[in-house]
Every structure is written in C-alpha cells, then in structure tokens.
Design a protein around this ligand. Structure first.
Ligand code: HEC
Ligand code: HEC
Ligand code: HEC
Ligand code: HEC
Ligand code: HEC
Ligand code: HEC
Ligand code: HEC
Ligand code: HEC
Length: 246
C-alpha cells in the first residue's frame, strides 16, 4: 500500500525536528545546561574552600563537660552550643583566641521562644510583652537546663516579710484574703493583676465594731464614729502588725 504524499511529507518534517532536537541536546548544547552535577561539584569546591567556623558540640565537650552534661540532660539537648554562643571554632582551637560571647539579652532567647503562630504546635513560646517584661531570661531560667521554674503557690514566696511580720502580730490568724482579694493571675504575673487593698474604715470595722458578726471578729472593739476621727485606720495602725492599748 502506498502512503499518501502529504503523510510522507509530514513524516519527513517530524523526522527533521526530532533530529534537530537530538542534535541540540547531545551534541551542540553543553552538558551543564541539563545536569546539576557540574554545578554541585563547583559549589562543593567553593564551600569547602571557606574556613571552618563551627566546631560542633563534641569538640566543646572536651573542655566544657559540665555545660555539656547539663544541657544533654535537659530540654535544650537538641540545640548546639554554637546556636547560642555563635561560631566558636577559633576559640576551640586556640584558648587565647577571643572567647565566645555570652548571649544574656532577652532577644537571644526570644529568637526561638518569642510568640509566632507559625511555630509547631506545643513548642514552648512566650509573649515577650507579658512574660516577665524587662528582666533577663537567664535570671530565672538556666540556659543550659531550662526548666520552667515553679511559680510560688503561697503569698510568702514573694511577700515573706509581710507574712512573717503578720505571724508575730495579733492579726496572725487572719488569712491575707480577709483584707485583700487576689486574682489567681497575681501568683504568676504579679504586676499584671494587683490585688485589692482595703479602701475604707469599714473593712476594719467589720471585725472591730461592738457586736461584730464576722466569725473572725475581734473581742476588742472601738467606737467607729469617734475613734481616730475620719482617718483611715491604717494611718495609725499598721494592718500587718496592729498595736492597741499599751
Ligand atoms: C581546648 C579547650 C576548649 C574547647 C575545645 C572549648 N573551650 Fe570554651 N573555654 C575554654 C577555656 C579555658 C575557657 C575560659 C574559662 C574561664 O575563663 O573560666 C573557655 C570559656 C568559654 C566560654 C565562656 C566565656 C566567658 O566569657 O566566660 C564559652 C561560652 C565557651 N568557652 C564556649 C565554648 C564552645 C561553644 C565551645 C565549642 C565550640 C568551646 N567553648 C570549646 C576552653 C575550651
Ligand atoms: C540556649 C542557649 C545556650 C546554649 C544551647 C548553650 N549556652 Fe552556654 N550560655 C548561655 C548563656 C545565656 C550563658 C550566660 C549565663 C549567665 O550569665 O547566667 C552561657 C554561659 C556559658 C559559659 C560560662 C560559664 C557558665 O556556665 O555560665 C560556658 C563555659 C558555656 N556557656 C558553654 C556552653 C557549652 C559548652 C554549650 C554546649 C554544650 C553551651 N554553652 C550551650 C547560653 C547557651
Ligand atoms: C535555637 C533555638 C532556641 C534558643 C535560642 C533557646 N531555646 Fe529554649 N528551647 C528550645 C527547644 C527546641 C526547646 C525544647 C522544646 C520542647 O521540648 O518541645 C526549648 C525549651 C526551653 C524551655 C522549657 C520549656 C518547657 O515547657 O519545658 C525553657 C524554659 C527555655 N527553652 C528557655 C530558654 C531560654 C531562657 C533561652 C535563652 C537563654 C532559650 N530557651 C533559648 C529552643 C531554643
Ligand atoms: C522572673 C522570672 C522569669 C523571667 C525573667 C523569665 N521567665 Fe520564663 N518562666 C518563668 C516561670 C515562673 C515559668 C513557669 C510558667 C509561668 O508561671 O508562667 C516560666 C515559663 C517559661 C517557658 C515555658 C512556657 C510553656 O508554655 O511551657 C518558657 C519557654 C520561658 N519561660 C521562656 C522565657 C524567656 C524566653 C524569657 C526571656 C524573654 C523568660 N522566660 C523570662 C519565670 C521567668
Ligand atoms: C510571684 C510573686 C508574688 C506572689 C506569689 C504574690 N505576690 Fe503580691 N505582689 C507581688 C508583686 C511583685 C507586687 C507589686 C509590688 C510593687 O509594685 O511594689 C505585689 C503586690 C501585692 C499587693 C499590693 C497591691 C498594690 O496595689 O500595691 C498586695 C495587697 C499583694 N501583693 C497581696 C498578695 C497576696 C495576698 C498574695 C497571696 C495570695 C500575693 N500577693 C502573692 C508579687 C507576688
Ligand atoms: C487586717 C487586714 C489585712 C490583712 C489580714 C493583710 N493585709 Fe496587706 N494590707 C492591708 C492594708 C490596710 C494595707 C495598706 C493599704 C494602703 O496603704 O492603701 C495593706 C497593704 C499590703 C501590701 C502593699 C504593700 C504594703 O506593705 O503596704 C501588700 C503587699 C500586702 N498588704 C500583702 C499582704 C499579705 C501577703 C497578707 C497575708 C500574709 C496581708 N497583706 C494581710 C490590710 C491587710
Ligand atoms: C477578719 C476580722 C478582722 C479584720 C478585718 C481586722 N481585724 Fe484587727 N483584729 C482582729 C482580731 C481577731 C484581733 C486580735 C485581738 C483579739 O483577740 O480579739 C485583732 C486585733 C487588732 C488590733 C489590736 C488590738 C489590741 O488591743 O491589741 C488592732 C489595733 C487592730 N486589730 C486593728 C485593725 C485594723 C486597723 C484593721 C483594718 C486594716 C483590722 N484590725 C481588721 C480581727 C480583725
Ligand atoms: C488617729 C490615729 C488612729 C486611727 C485613725 C485609728 N486608731 Fe485605733 N487606736 C489608736 C490609738 C492611739 C490606740 C491606743 C488606744 C487608745 O488610746 O485608744 C488605738 C487603739 C485601737 C484598738 C484597741 C482598742 C482597745 O480598747 O484596746 C483597736 C481595736 C483599734 N484601735 C482599731 C481601729 C480601727 C478599726 C480603726 C479604723 C476604723 C482605727 N483604730 C483608727 C489610733 C488610731
């Protein structure tokens, strides 16, 4: 069977195009246009020519066993020393070289722990404006073993002197809550949720008027209308160590 002439011509055109493409690909154009291998080789050579700046944790360990052990046993075990202290190969090779810096500023920690919604779920993050503002992180967290410190659960953890003073006073048995309303947030972020303070003579009068009904009321009462004029009671009595008749 003889092919129609237009099919033969089309066949020739296609054959020529294929031949040109093959010629371009394998003979005319350089190999580096199609393969990554020459680029990789060149890049590897270029990078390997650069001086080493990081030494790696294993090297730091040789002289800093204490910091290594501490870090290895804690939450920062996956972070290299040089992530925080910067490249330190020159220091590791020569003790007289400049010492690596100590990253004590908040920014150094916030680079990883500052709140960012794109971080993985559950990664411990803090809002720098709310989380103990202004204080250096390392005053509360050991950078080599960063356990979150336990917030005090008792008032005495932060107000020890007031607690001890009160314990020696006639008000010893009164809980702090009988005069201050304390929001739970005050226990962890004290300055963001200050407790209330007594704001009127009646707070004291609750227990010191004759016939007071408060279960903790005092046996000692005063005439509210006359005693101490119109001054608030704590102008004359320190509420945490009140003195009466001498
Ligand atoms: C050959 C021993 C040696 C190696 C290896 C070494 N260090 Fe040191 N490093 C020292 C000595 C010695 C000091 C000075 C100690 C001192 O002043 O109390 C020091 C001090 C430091 C300090 C404290 C600087 C200061 O101001 O107090 C840091 C941080 C430090 N090295 C980090 C590293 C890191 C990170 C590595 C690993 C890349 C490393 N070192 C490897 C010997 C070494
Ligand atoms: C999360 C960041 C971080 C990592 C990781 C880290 N350090 Fe530190 N390192 C610090 C900070 C911050 C200080 C300063 C602490 C201070 O002044 O209270 C410090 C202090 C030091 C000191 C001075 C002495 C001391 O203990 O305070 C040495 C030495 C040291 N680091 C070595 C290392 C070595 C070695 C590693 C790795 C095994 C390492 N660090 C890992 C942040 C880090
Ligand atoms: C290079 C990133 C990086 C830097 C810088 C860094 N951390 Fe961390 N931190 C981590 C990782 C990773 C963990 C472990 C998270 C986990 O266990 O899910 C961690 C854990 C912690 C934890 C424990 C949180 C918990 O819920 O148990 C505290 C606290 C902490 N870091 C404080 C700090 C402080 C303070 C600094 C600055 C001195 C600092 N970090 C610097 C990466 C970093
Ligand atoms: C005044 C002490 C103090 C300072 C300063 C402080 N923290 Fe904390 N941090 C705590 C306490 C206490 C906790 C335990 C949880 C709480 O009460 O908020 C904690 C918890 C954390 C946690 C764990 C949060 C979680 O969800 O698991 C991380 C991470 C952390 N702090 C990082 C930092 C960083 C970063 C800084 C500096 C920018 C810093 N802290 C400064 C006291 C402090
Ligand atoms: C984590 C530490 C901490 C704990 C725990 C704590 N406080 Fe405070 N408290 C503070 C700080 C810090 C202030 C602010 C002091 C200042 O501004 O000089 C404060 C202030 C106060 C004030 C004064 C408020 C004002 O307007 O001046 C009262 C009252 C108070 N606390 C009562 C309590 C009582 C009651 C408890 C226990 C239920 C308690 N606090 C637990 C740290 C704490
Ligand atoms: C009998 C009531 C009473 C009791 C109980 C009491 N407070 Fe107070 N507190 C006061 C008064 C009144 C003030 C002063 C208010 C003012 O100056 O405006 C005060 C002030 C404070 C302040 C502000 C700083 C200062 O010394 O003036 C703190 C902090 C505080 N109290 C903590 C405590 C704590 C902690 C306890 C429990 C251990 C406690 N208070 C128990 C009445 C009381
Ligand atoms: C919840 C009850 C209660 C409140 C509120 C209270 N007190 Fe008292 N107060 C007592 C008790 C109980 C005593 C111990 C004396 C006794 O055994 O009756 C006492 C003792 C005193 C004394 C010593 C009396 C003496 O003779 O030794 C003074 C002064 C005093 N309170 C002043 C105050 C002042 C000022 C306030 C307000 C800031 C206040 N009290 C609030 C219950 C209270
Ligand atoms: C201007 C100062 C002043 C003020 C304000 C004041 N007091 Fe007194 N208070 C005293 C003095 C001084 C005494 C010693 C006894 C006396 O001379 O009455 C005393 C004694 C007391 C006593 C012991 C009474 C007794 O019989 O032993 C109580 C209870 C008392 N005050 C409660 C209060 C209360 C509650 C308030 C507020 C409503 C208050 N005081 C306001 C100065 C004051």
């Amino acid at each position: 069977m003889k092919l129609p002439e237009q099919v033969t011509r089309l066949g020739i055109v296609i054959a020529v195009i294929v031949a040109v493409v093959l010629l371009l690909r394998f003979v005319i154009l350089p190999e580096s246009l199609f393969s990554a291998r020459p680029h990789q080789a060149a890049a590897a050579e270029r990078e390997m020519a650069k001086p080493l700046r990081h030494a790696g944790v294993a090297v730091c360990r040789e002289c800093h066993e204490e910091q290594f052990e501490l870090k290895y046993g804690g939450k920062h075990r996956t972070i290299g020393c040089e992530n925080c202290h910067g490249p330190a190969a020159s220091h590791a090779a020569d003790e007289n070289a400049a010492k690596p810096p100590l990253p004590r500023e908040r920014e150094a920690c916030l680079a990883c722990h500052g709140y960012d919604s794109s971080r993985p779920n559950g990664f411990p993050q803090v809002d720098p404006l709310e989380h103990r503002p202004r204080k250096k992180c390392v005053t509360c967290h050991d950078p080599h073993d960063p356990v979150p410190p336990k917030a005090p659960t008792e008032c005495t953890g932060c107000h020890g002197r007031i607690e001890h003073t009160k314990a020696m006073s006639t008000h010893a048995l009164l809980p702090c809550a009988s005069c201050h309303a304390v929001d739970a947030q005050h226990m962890t972020e004290p300055r963001l949720a200050l407790p209330t303070k007594p704001d009127s003579r009646e707070v004291c009068g609750r227990c010191h008027v004759p016939g007071a009904t408060d279960p903790a009321a005092s046996k000692v009462s005063v005439d509210m209308a006359a005693h101490g004029g119109t001054y608030v009671c704590w102008e004359c009595h320190y509420a945490h160590l009140p003195e009466g008749r001498k």
